[in-house]
Design a protein around this ligand. Sequence first.
Ligand SMILES: [Zn+2]
Length: 169
Amino acid sequence: MPDLEVVANIEELVSNLELEIAALIMAHIENALDYQLKASSIYTILISGQLVKPKMAKTKTIAVSEKVGVVSGWNSLNPKWTEFIAKNNGISLSQNETLVAEFYQNHIEEFNRYNYETKKWDLDSESEPGRHYRSHAEKQISVIKPCNSIGVSRGICEEDCYPYFCALA
Ligand SMILES: [Zn+2]
């Protein structure tokens, strides 16, 4: 895994860059913060149980890019959530772990070049190794709605999504 560091002070990081590039990065971050708020508010609605409570509510994650939101997992997107969130939050909910698997397979050489390989999880079924980490909301949205800014309802996972996004970048 590449040696990654979380940036504590983004203004400091961009201060050495060309003004135009620094401004662009800051604009992307501002969008990401806006998407993060949207992701958090969708998370709050879904776990409230007023619609249908997600299974394993506390381990669910929401990621938002532009007008699209992803609920982590697979085969667990409830039509009631989709309808309510579209109406209430103006976000179209989506979930498609298969697209992540296809994207990874189609770019496996590039991912390998940057030392990224989807981690296996202890509870992955033998026929679908890597499915757990592929289903993470931030990874799904990077394929479903590629965008320079992503907001996530909680911290991005360090084990697999950090090295994934590093290779993707
Ligand atoms: Zn992850």
